[in-house]
Design a protein around this ligand. Structure first.
Ligand SMILES: [Zn+2]
Ligand SMILES: [Zn+2]
Length: 342
């Protein structure tokens, strides 16, 4: 069982894998990529992954066989493991707990297409819809406080050796520090102004327009005012909502459109860069303790997309500051004027 260890100074949790402990050599060797024609995520190779947890199929469903559109399988190298009981303990001043959680892989297409930007809007809609289903289902486990949905594309973004388009879900027994910081900041603003800070950001950005990348009926993509990374882009629903998993089915296609447009623009402008995206949504909360009454009003779910153009260097590591070499207004201008076919 992996372990969750808490940094006693700033309260950040770290997952330490105990049984998959590596030797120094494992870090030095580049990982081998399976050739694309032996990809375990391609349709027809269902037996090469663990049994599926969920799949979108048309017609008579036969699990773990071809004919699917989106497939969700457990990770073969889970960072956290499914279990029924969390063992919390202290060792002197250090706090730890058993590394309980779920780690799932969403295979976003039956075809071997590496970049999500190249999937059709309809296919991205299906992938997002499957993701929503899984986040809703993982909420049924009372041990989980949060499910983080994210994607790593390209080696520099930490992607695995399998190039086939996929993203990941990790359900956690604690709330991530980054999410907590956002929740607290949003609550502070709400306590003071009785308005959602993200809704206010949307109205300001649609007013000035200088940082907008793409706008659709229901979503806004823009480079945030204090972008940490060059070409960092966020996508927010224009209508206030704290929880991604409450998104109406009818507007998932519009989210797929905004996501595809943004990813295609990044691909075009930056020549197919590695990137990460993450979803920040409100934590699971019924009937769990410690959540505030206004969370439905003060938090607003969103995607953060980060092309990985430069590594995090010493100054960032030491200070928590980021150095961004291009103003978001400039980045947004390049992305906005790049036309893409949806
Ligand atoms: Zn494949
Ligand atoms: Zn809002």
């Amino acid at each position: 069982m992996p372990q969750l260890r808490r940094d006693p100074v700033i309260g950040r949790w770290v997952i330490v894998s105990t049984e998959r402990a590596k030797r120094p050599n494992d870090f030095a060797r580049p990982k081998e990529e399976p050739p694309d024609d032996r990809c375990p995520f391609c349709e027809g190779r269902e037996s090469e992954t663990p049994a599926e947890i969920f799949a979108l199929r048309e017609g008579e469903p036969t699990p773990n066989s071809p004919g699917w559109q989106v497939r969700v399988v457990p990770s073969i190298a889970p960072v956290l493991k499914i279990g029924t009981y969390i063992n919390r303990y202290g060792r002197g001043l250090y706090d730890a707990m058993s590394g309980l959680g779920a780690h799932e892989i969403i295979i976003e297409s039956p075809q071997h297409i590496p970049n999500m930007a190249d999937l059709s809007t309809e296919q991205i809609e299906k992938a997002l819809s499957a993701t929503k289903e899984r986040i809703v289902d993982l909420d049924n486990d009372p041990l989980f406080k949060y499910t983080l949905y994210f994607k790593n594309y390209g080696k520099a973004a930490g992607a695995s050796s399998i190039r086939h388009s996929h993203s990941q879900l990790i359900a956690l027994p604690v709330n991530p520090k980054r999410v907590k910081e956002e929740l607290r900041g949003a609550k502070r603003y709400f306590d003071y102004k009785e308005r959602c800070i993200f809704c206010d950001i949307i109205s300001q950005e649609t007013g000035t327009k200088e940082r907008i990348v793409f706008e659709s009926d229901n979503f806004l993509a823009f480079c945030p005012f204090a972008s940490r990374f060059p070409f960092e882009t966020w996508i927010l629903p224009k209508k206030h909502s704290a929880d991604f998993d409450k998104i109406e089915e009818s507007i998932i296609i519009d989210l797929a459109r905004a996501l595809k447009a943004t990813l295609m623009k990044l691909k075009r402008v930056l020549n197919d860069p590695p990137y990460n995206y993450i979803l920040h949504t409100a934590p699971y909360r019924t009937p769990k303790r410690g959540h505030w009454r206004t969370i439905d009003e003060d938090f607003h779910w969103h995607f953060e997309i980060m092309p990985r153009l430069s590594g995090v260097a010493g100054f960032e590591w030491g200070s928590g500051f980021y150095i961004n070499s291009i103003p978001p207004e400039e980045a947004a201008k390049y992305l906005r004027k790049t036309k893409v076919q949806l």
